[in-house]
Design a protein around this ligand. Structure first.
Ligand code: SAH
Length: 214
């Protein structure tokens, strides 16, 4: 795989576009600028569009998220170096790579075996080493909890209670919620052992978060 000057130039333009759309977190923008998104698109038909601000099919009826959405969710997490972060929906691993490059410890769950196997092999081969789990994101990872931040990259019909309870006090969950075609981005902050605050932001389109499946 080659990351050429042309690719870097296209990434600069992509970052300009995302910045114009309102992302101002410079660390997030620089990470998007550094990661070759074309490495994550394994279907040659889509390769020429790797740096367009759009989502693509990655097989198993799933998609690699739109770069703007990846930047938006990552910025909402307000990551601090060394944070323990749980990601639900590994998919292509692009969002996972962004998190790893932000300098946090990443635990990522995927429920589709084919995608799990593929990305678990692929990401370390290009230098990213999160901890991979095959399982159901609704359950989170109780054994490794609590997490400083949790990000869900599929549209959830509701906020899974189990996930909220795996946050540290002060921890944040970013999750697109809605059971139709569109979801509202919601931030859940754990303010004490028993109290949670919610903030609703704009609408996005994600593939649905589904129950665990072979
Ligand atoms: N961040 C990924 C997005 C992939 S799309 C990327 O940019 O490539 C959402 C992913 O969530 C899919 O891979 C889908 O299989 C996965 N998913 C859906 N429901 C899930 C669940 N309950 N637990 C874990 N992963 C799930």
């Amino acid at each position: 795989m080659i990351d050429s000057y042309k690719h870097k130039g296209l990434r600069n333009k992509l970052v300009d576009k995302i910045r114009e759309r309102g992302i101002s977190d410079e660390k997030v923008l620089s990470v998007i600028q550094e990661i070759p998104r074309h490495y994550f698109i394994h279907d040659n038909a889509f390769l020429p569009y790797a740096y367009d601000d759009i989502a693509f099919p990655i097989g198993a009826q799933q998609t690699i998220s739109q770069p703007y959405t990846v930047a938006f969710q990552t910025a909402l997490l307000k990551l601090k170096k060394g944070d323990k972060v749980l990601e639900i929906g590994t998919g292509s691993g692009y969002q996972t790579a962004v998190l790893v490059k932000m300098g946090v410890k990443v635990f990522t769950i995927e429920r589709q075996k084919t995608l799990f196997d593929k990305t678990k092999n692929f990401l370390p081969s290009i230098g990213y080493r999160p901890k991979f789990f095959y399982g159901d994101g609704y359950k989170g990872l109780p054994v490794y909890a609590p997490f400083d931040k949790i990000i869900v990259t599929a549209g959830a019909p509701y906020i899974p209670e189990g996930l909220q309870l795996q946050l540290t006090v002060g921890g944040v969950l970013v999750i697109p919620v809605g059971d139709g075609d569109v979801q509202k981005m919601i931030i859940v902050k754990r303010v004490s052992d028993t109290e949670f605050e919610q903030e609703e932001l704009e609408e996005f389109k994600f593939v649905p978060m589904l129950a665990n499946k072979e």
